[in-house]
Structures are given as C-alpha cells and as structure tokens.
Design a protein around this ligand. Structure first.
Ligand code: NAP
Ligand code: ZN
Ligand code: ZN
Length: 351
C-alpha cells in the first residue's frame, strides 16, 4: 500500500478538500501511474453532488487521467516505465462475458468497475478512487498508450469526453455524406465537433446562445444555430441523420427528435438527473431511433487516441491548480468553461 495525496468530497454536495488515500501494492498485471493531469468531467460534478442518487464517500472523482508509468508488475507486457498513458472511466471488468470478448468492457455482463465511487467486486470489493490524486494503480488492460504528439493535458479529456463522442460517431457511421448535429458545446460537445469533422461529416452545433459560434466554426463545425430561437427547429426539421445530445440538463426530446430525417438516430450521451419523457408520435414518422451510448471499450479507446493524434485533435483546456477545483465545478455548472478544466496534478500536495 502507498499513501498518496488527493482531493475528495466527504459527502454528497460537500466541497472537495485535500486528503490522503491508499493505493494498493501493484500486482503482477498492474502498473503505477504518476498522474500529471486529470480532466474535470461534468459526471464528476453529478457524482460528487449525489445527482444520480448513489455514490460512495469520501469520493475522489476523476476519470480523465493522463500520466507517466512509474512501476510495472512482473507480467505487464503493454506498458513500460516512462510511458505516457491514460486511464478512463473503468478500471475492471470480467474479461470473459460476450461483451468483454468483443471489446465492450463498458457493458460487461458481470459489471464493469468504475474508476471512482465504485467497489471492485473482482478484487474483494476494493473501493475505487479516481484521478484527483497524484498516483493510481491500475490493471494494464485499462490503461492506454498516449501517442506522441498529443500533449498530456489535452489528451486527458479524450479518456472520457473523447471516447464518449467517438464511439457513437463510429457506431452510427458518421462520415462523408452524413449530417451530424451536436447538442451542447461543452467538454463532450466540442470534441464531438472536432471528431465528427475529422471523420468527414457535415457538422452543425446547436447551442443555447450565440456565444460559442466562433469557437464551434474553428473546431470544424459547418453550421451553428441557437436553440433559444424557435425558428431553429422549423428551419432544421428533418435535417440530420445523427443527433448527439451532450446536454447535462433535461431538454425537450420531442422537439429535438423532429430534427431527424428518415432512419435518423438521436443518441443520448448527457445524463440528466431526472427521467426523460418522449412522445411515440415523435418516433414513428421517419422510423426514428432514440438511443444511448456509454463511453467506449478498451480497443476502441486505443483507436480513438490514434485517430485524434493523426488528426491533431486534443481538448481545448484551461489548466487549473487543485485548490481551484471547487471554483471550476461552479464555473462548469454556470456554463463558463472553454471547454474543459484540467487539474495540474503536481499541485495536489499532502495536507
Ligand atoms: P459540460 O462541459 O458542462 O457541457 C454540457 C453542455 O450542455 C453545456 O456546455 C451547454 O452547452 C449544455 N447545457 C448545460 N446546461 C444546459 C441546460 N440547462 N439546457 C440546455 N443546455 C445545457 O458537460 P460534459 O462534461 O460535456 O458532460 C455532458 C453530459 O454528459 C453530462 O451529463 C455528463 O454526465 C454526461 N456524460 C456521459 C457520458 C457517457 O458515457 N454517456 C460520458 C461523459 C459524460 P451550450 O452552452 O452550448 O448550450
Ligand atoms: Zn466523464
Ligand atoms: Zn464482462
């Protein structure tokens, strides 16, 4: 066991404060990662505030981790000391169910284990603690090489926001000739724009206000419309093959389904705390699909990182010291982030 510095919420809704946690002694297939940067995902805020009605406290959030390997177990084959690696939203799964076998560890039939606020039932219910800390010990299968050319602070958010948007774009065949709308231009949204554009799709951003227009066009959007203008929904009726919803709050699902053309799909990525309501009459015309998608598997995450490196895609980040985590949470909630806060882990020091 090693004692490491971290920031934790002691109870749902309480501010994050400096603390220490224990990391396990690395086993034969484990690596130890010295964390350099961790992104602040909106899910961290939902979880630390108990929005989803569950959560294990004290909670060290953080599942967009980038760092350097400092130690490898005797059976580790994929990583070496000194490698640049990333860790995302899950840190274990059964490895043998039909989903794990086809690289969908996030949908493991035996239950995948989340990077924080979870108990690793494959390891005797060991509690998991995330990346708002200086080191993490993880099975090598759940760590990814970060390609050269991707700065670590820009790569960290790819481990959740990047794969969460890349995976549905691939699954629903975004590419030349497809019309993709991205709802919400935040952490997920701005990466969805960059990735969909790099895949060759025609990309439209739908945002609440005109404020992010220039950034959206710079990220690769072809069009930008505001959702507070009711004319938008009329003008864009049946205009898309794929709508990615990255909005963290509830919205009018029926109005957004009307944007889909025949056989179009709206994929839910954002996780509002309350259930959605949807009228079946919004689905029938045009044989529309309403779907959901959760992060991505390990092999696909590796492909996503290579894709992003090839296309020069990283997150637009504002690096903050750990003492500003609570302020960053407030700014994300206020929509005041362009487009991902990333914690400089060297500022996480012992109490
Ligand atoms: P974020 O940076 O806060 O972005 C969310 C965006 O949603 C905002 O930038 C804003 O875009 C829009 N928005 C926020 N409040 C809104 C409101 N009241 N009405 C309409 N639009 C609103 O958050 P994020 O980190 O990208 O995460 C987005 C959501 O995805 C969260 O719910 C998170 O938990 C979830 N998530 C899911 C997965 C998954 O596996 N499915 C993975 C990661 C995150 P505009 O200002 O452009 O309108
Ligand atoms: Zn996340
Ligand atoms: Zn499994």
């Amino acid at each position: 066991m090693a004692t490491v510095a971290a920031y934790a919420a002691s109870a749902a809704g309480s501010p994050l404060t400096r603390t220490t946690i224990e990391r396990r002694q690395p086993g034969p297939r484990d690596i130890t990662v010295e964390i350099r940067y961790t992104g602040i995902c909106h899910s961290d805020i939902h979880q630390a505030r108990g929005d989803w009605g569950k959560g294990l406290f004290p909670m060290v959030p953080g599942h967009e981790i980038a760092g350097i390997v400092t130690e490898v177990g005797a059976e580790v084959t994929r990583h070496a000391v000194g490698d640049r690696v990333g860790v995302g939203v899950i840190v274990n799964s059964c490895r043998q169910c039909h989903n794990c076998e086809r690289g969908l560890e996030q949908y493991c039939a035996g239950g995948s284990v989340e990077t924080y606020s979870d108990l690793d039932h494959y390891r005797g219910d060991e509690p998991t603690q995330g990346g708002y800390s200086t080191h993490i010990v993880v099975d090598e299968h759940f760590a990814h090489r970060i390609p050269e050319g991707l700065p670590l602070e820009q790569a960290a958010p790819l481990l959740c926001a990047g794969i969460t948007t890349y995976s549905p774009l691939r699954r629903w065949n975004a590419g030349p000739g497809t019309r993709v709308a991205v709802l919400g231009m935040g952490g997920l949204g701005h990466l969805a724009v960059k990735i969909a554009h790099a895949m060759g799709a025609e990309v439209t951003v739908l945002s609440r206000s005109p404020d992010k227009r220039d950034d959206a066009l710079r990220a690769g959007a072809d069009h930008y419309r505001t959702t507070d203008d009711p004319g938008t929904f009329e003008a864009l009726a049946r205009a898309f093959d794929l709508v990615l919803c990255t909005v963290s709050a509830p919205l009018d699902v029926d109005a957004h389904l009307s944007l889909l053309d025949t056989d179009g799909t709206m994929v839910y990525l954002g996780i509002p705390e309350k259930p959605l309501s949807v009228g079946v009459f919004s689905l029938l015309p045009g044989r529309r699909t309403l779907a959901g998608s959760q992060i991505g598997g390990m092999a696909e995450t590796a492909r996503m990182l290579d894709f992003c490196a090839r296309h020069g895609i990283g997150a637009d980040v504002e690096v903050v010291p750990a003492e500003r985590i609570n302020e960053a949470f407030e700014r994300v909630l206020a929509g005041d982030v362009r487009y991902r806060f990333v914690i400089d882990a060297s500022t996480i020091t012992p109490r």
